[in-house]
Design a protein around this ligand. Sequence first.
Ligand SMILES: *Cc1c(COP(=O)(O)O)cnc(C)c1O
Length: 410
Amino acid sequence: MELKDNAYCIQGVQLQQIAEEFGTPVYVYDADKIVSQINTLKDAFADLPLKIKYAVKSLTNLSILKLMRQNGTEVDTVSIQEVKLAMMAGFTPEEILFTPNSVSFSEIQEAVELGVVINIDNISILEQFGHTYGNSKSCCIRLNPHIMAGGNHKISTGHIDSKFGISYYQMRHILRVVKTYNMDISGLHMHTGSDILDAEVFLQGANILFEAAMEFPDLQFIDFGSGFKVAYKESDNTTDIKKLGKRLGAAFRAFCKKYGRDLEIWFEPGKYLVSESGYFLVSANTIKTTPATVFVGVNSGMNHLLRPMMYDAYHEIFNVSNPGGTKRLYSVVGYICETDTFGWDRPMNEVREGDVLAIKNAGAYGISMASNYNSRFRPAEVLVYKGKAHLIRKREEMEDLTRNQVQIEM
Ligand SMILES: *Cc1c(COP(=O)(O)O)cnc(C)c1O
């Protein structure tokens, strides 16, 4: 995003114009930013056989999936529906990793039949997989290395209380199952949380995977999951991808030497690829001065962007319509009948009723977590691609709210 002729622009297209053309609330994504994030990650691991498995759940629009494919990523999915969406976007089954948690074995079978790579995070599923397929189908094992990582408890998945993965303390049990059914284990995986700042944490987990890997002679890849931290404020520290590439790359090469063969190195970034590409545009409906603050009430809420309420996530907000206005302090709140605050005490250029505000870092876990709470329509989505704004999802309408309801005689 850039400020050009006193107007906020993405690839030269004014955000104000997008709001006028497509209405608000609307999610806007910058394709160039997504591509540059992909390339930064590729560059950091340039001399290794890297595969980027985009975590589809963070932003699932088909046009985004196609953009990912066009730029050489593959995908990580967590539901059979995501698998099918990825295939609709053109990914081949071999390019799709399926990493579900707490799903029935029948959902896993459906994915196997489609030909996708299965990542197993439970010993009972591993046993059923072995019993059903023997060594006729390969699979990956998700290990829980039990390292504490990630921004907060809700988004951390590697700790001892976590439901994710098979504990690496259960290695003997895993090996018994694998040996009994003569299973073909093609990969080992970890994903220890989100908002991990420190390359050291990845290295700790990596060392545990490297040790475990020596027990599996037929591996093709090691998957280090994701959790790269991105900037939410200008002053924020972020995961240093270059440094990670250097440190983890060196450790990986040393491991491959010991293992006796070169393996592929996989990551599954969601937030890292799409968070900063997204701007959620809303309109200021009301300005209300109370004894405590000045509230800006906008035409959206936790139904469209849940992260501030669910994870106490900080999202920067700026006034698109009045870039030259005097800075004043505001609290930005939604229109849902619950306390849905987007941000307290935010200095913004003076906000007038009708102004368009932009909420930053809205690419990941924005619309993909949106709901119809308060019977509101889910927003439209726009992708700025090659210098032009394209509608990639229509705003919902009244019939979308009633489509699946069945009215009975009364
Ligand atoms: C959610 C998830 C990711 C993506 O995490 P980000 O923090 O968005 O990068 C990757 N892998 C798995 C298995 C996940 O569940």
